[in-house]
Each structure stands twice: as C-alpha cells, then as structure tokens.
Design a protein around this ligand. Structure first.
Ligand SMILES: *Cc1c(COP(=O)(O)O)cnc(C)c1O
Length: 391
C-alpha cells in the first residue's frame, strides 16, 4: 500500500514543537522524525519508508544498523565503554594497526569528529614545521571549530566569528600555479579534500594532487588530505588519495570511520608526530568507538563494499546522466560520492524526493548530493532515478 507522505501526525508535530522550543535552531531540517533503519532504508515514526541517499552525510557507509556493527557495539558495551588514555586498551591498538594498514600512513591519533581531526592536523603541522600558515582551497569545508573554520571557505560560516586562527588564505580549486604563488617561507601546510564534499562534489584533474605534493616538498611545507568525507570506501577506494596515487604527510578521517558511531582520527608519517603532552582527547579512541570502527572496517572488507561503491557508483551515475530534469547541467562523482549539478537551486528536488520516499540533500545550493550506503541495491538506485525523473 502506498503510504501517505504528505500528512503529519500529532506525534511528529509534538517532536517538532519540542525541538523548536528547546534546541538551538541551527539546522534547516526536513519535517520527518526518523526512528529506525535497515541497510539503505530509513523509517519515520509514522511508519513511512525512505531510501537513504544521504547516509548521515557519508557516515553510514555500511548501511543502517548493520548486524555485525550492532553486535560489536553491544559486546564491547558489556565489557568496557570508556577508560582514560592513561591506560592501554586492545581495541585502540587493533584499530590503530588497521588504520595504518588501509591508509599507508604510519601513526594515528584518535579524536571524536571531523573538525577535531582538522584541529589536530593543524596543530601537528605547526609543531612539526615551526611555521604558522596554512593554504586552503576555495569551496573547501574543513569543519566549524575555530581552527578548522579558518580553513573553511564559506564567508557566511567564518565572518561572524572573526578573528580566526588565520585569516583565509584560499586559492582557486584545481589551480597548481595558485598554490605555487601562495607559498611563503611561513607556510606550514596545504590542506586539500581530494574530492571536495560540501563545496559541491568537485573533482580535481588527475595530476593536480601530485603537483601539490611536489610544491609542498619544494617549499618544506606539509600536505594534509582531509579525507573526512571521502574515506572508508565512499569514492570506490579505501581513501580517495588512492585514486590519485599521492600520499599526504597527514590525513584526517571521521564521518564513516565508526559506521555511525562518532569518532575521528588523523594518520601521519612516522616523523610527523606529536611528542608526549602536545595533544590529547579524553574520549579519543575509547574502546566502544574503536570496537565500532573495527567492526565497520570488517564489514567494508568482507562485503567488498569498496568494489560495490565503484560499481554501483558507475551504474548510479550512468542512470542519472539519462535524466531530463529541468536545469540539470552535469553528473559527476567518484564511486558513491555523486553530485548532480543544476543551473538553479535544487531544494525543490529534495522536497520532491521526500514526498516520494527518497532522502536527498543539496550542497552548495545547486548541487544534489547523492551519497547512499555503499551496499545500496540496484533496485533502490532505479527507484531513486525514477522519482527524480518524475520531478
Ligand atoms: C564533515 C566534514 C568535516 C567536519 O566534520 P565534523 O565531524 O562535522 O566536525 C571536515 N572536513 C570534511 C571534508 C567534511 O566533510
């Protein structure tokens, strides 16, 4: 039976009311109250089903409530939830080894979110180079805390909070010469998202990151890849850098690392490391988060979700390119990190999707971002494309 996606029950309304009364209104939310999920599907408290093409913003890479993840969290929670980093735990050591293996880096530091990972990367770059400045790209997004915010491009996010750690030193995306020109003797690091997420799914040309690597080396600056959104199979590789064959000095991770359990981390070369006392996080790498991350990585490997991301990503993009939606300019992406560029705002498509059982998201106002769980089925992809076709 076709559920009614337009009506609103008093249960939903009472949640909206509480939110507007008690929660700071920082988010523009869709008017649905989500209460459960399975794989690529989400359900609201009115029992309506949605195909999830947001995945908690590239977080739920293994789908919602994957049984292996749920079991790992349950088991660990019964044993030990948190202890201080004054002590060792097995899950943290195991996860560190796993992250080193899949990233090709040498040492990790654990924190709790993407913005914290960027903060750690900034501190590490400064303490390691004894230099203070950063170069970031136009349309970058690196987070909302003061340091990371300094490297986030959007004026609207930054202006109310000035003075920041460093006043923006932003250069055009995919422009090698611009990086070269922006380098100074005081440049500690260049920070780049290998594919820009919030900025609209922007993909650099094949040799861009290699060139940035060379310029950093020539100038004694470090290269930071922000893989917070692109990591853990999202783009059809463990990390997006793998497509380009470039290793950074420091990389950040978060979003999908714990399959939905909050966590962040940085990984770096052995000789780019914090000394004792230079950085810390109370919750960083706590056993519950690490158990979740280990389980999530396990699922990505066992279910070959990286290959799936590549294959389903290609299929999804191919189907999207057939759309004749008004104002559609371009479909671009890597794996299941897909952007559909319009020549107009696309908020209406998000609403159309929701009213037809599809969750979508607009980034950068004119780009429809499609980032479903990596185990989304062909049938679900077809349904999403059909709904968009009707728009
Ligand atoms: C989401 C995101 C962040 C910030 O992560 P939070 O966990 O929201 O702090 C940083 N960098 C990139 C590339 C992101 O996509």
């Amino acid at each position: 039976m076709q559920k009614d996606y337009l009506s609103l029950s008093s249960e939903s309304q009472s949640i909206f009311d509480k939110d507007s009364k008690f929660v700071m209104q920082t988010y523009g939310r869709q008017p649905i109250v989500l209460s459960s999920g399975k794989g690529s599907l989400l359900y609201d408290i009115e029992g309506r089903e949605y195909i999830d093409c947001v995945a908690g913003i590239a977080v739920n890479n293994i789908g919602h409530c994957h049984p292996h993840l749920v079991e790992a969290i349950q088991k660990q929670a019964e044993k030990l939830i948190h202890v201080s980093n004054l002590y060792y735990t097995e899950p943290q050591a195991e996860l560190a080894e796993e992250l080193v293996n899949i990233s090709g880096m040498e040492r990790v530091f654990f924190c709790n979110s993407g913005t914290e990972a960027v903060e750690a990367a900034m501190k590490l770059a400064r303490v390691n180079t004894k230099k203070t400045d950063f170069i970031a790209l136009e349309h970058s997004f690196h987070g909302r805390t003061m340091g990371a915010l300094s490297l986030t491009y959007k004026d609207m996010y930054r202006t109310p909070f000035k003075p920041l750690v460093q006043e923006g030193n932003f250069v055009p995306f995919n422009d090698v010469q611009a990086i070269e020109s922006a380098m100074t003797p005081n440049t500690a690091a260049v920070i780049v998202e290998p594919v820009q997420g919030e900025g609209g799914i922007n993909i650099p040309s094949d040799d861009y990151l290699k060139e940035v690597r060379r310029i950093c080396d020539d100038n004694g600056a470090l290269l930071i890849f922000d893989e917070v959104q692109t990591g853990f199979g999202r783009t059809g590789a463990w990390f997006c850098k793998d497509h380009f064959g470039v290793q950074p000095d420091i990389m950040t991770m978060a979003k999908a690392i714990g399959g939905g359990f909050p966590m962040g981390a940085i990984a770096a070369r052995k000789d780019v490391s914090f000394a004792r006392g230079e950085h810390a996080a109370t919750f960083g790498g706590n056993p519950l988060a690490c158990a979740a991350a280990l389980a999530s990585i396990d699922v990505i490997r066992k279910e070959e979700l990286i290959r799936r991301s590549r294959e389903m990503g290609e299929y999804f993009q191919k189907q999207l390119r057939k759309l004749s939606t008004d104002g559609l300019v371009e479909v671009r992406g890597k794996g299941l990190m897909i952007g559909v560029q319009f020549d107009r705002k696309c908020a209406d498509l998000v609403e159309h999707g929701r009213k037809n059982g599809i969750l979508l998201n607009c980034t950068s106002e004119t780009v429809l971002r499609i980032a479903p769980p990596l185990n989304i089925s062909k049938e679900h992809i077809d349904r999403v494309v059909n709904v968009l076709e009707q728009a």
